[in-house]
Design a protein around this ligand. Structure first.
Ligand code: FES
Length: 95
């Protein structure tokens, strides 16, 4: 049995740097929405906030762990893919 999935999300604002950041690119709204989508789908997946995932210029960024790919330049279609991947990961753990 594999480890249960979690969703890692970037909440970095890079204040004062003048550089692109996930919060500056709207990730707080995407995080709120993906939490709601997970709740609506009744998926018990932790959403873990991190200060940076190392892909700041491609934000907003999220990642499924363990072992999942990075989702960059998050948009609505990405959120649906993330929820579907989390569902598949949960199903795999339950098998
Ligand atoms: S600011 Fe989000 S990955 Fe660095």
């Amino acid at each position: 049995m594999g480890r249960p999935p979690r969703l890692i999300v970037c909440v970095n604002e890079r204040l004062g740097s003048g550089q692109r950041s996930c919060v500056g690119s709207g990730n707080l709204d995407y995080i709120r929405r993906v939490r709601q989508m997970l709740a609506d789908a009744r998926l018990d997946v932790p959403v873990v906030e991190r200060e940076c995932l190392g892909h700041c210029d491609a934000g907003p960024v999220m990642r499924i762990a363990p072992g999942g790919c990075f989702y960059t330049e998050i948009d609505d279609a990405c959120l649906a893919r993330i929820v579907a991947e989390l569902q598949a990961a949960l199903d795999a753990v339950a098998e």
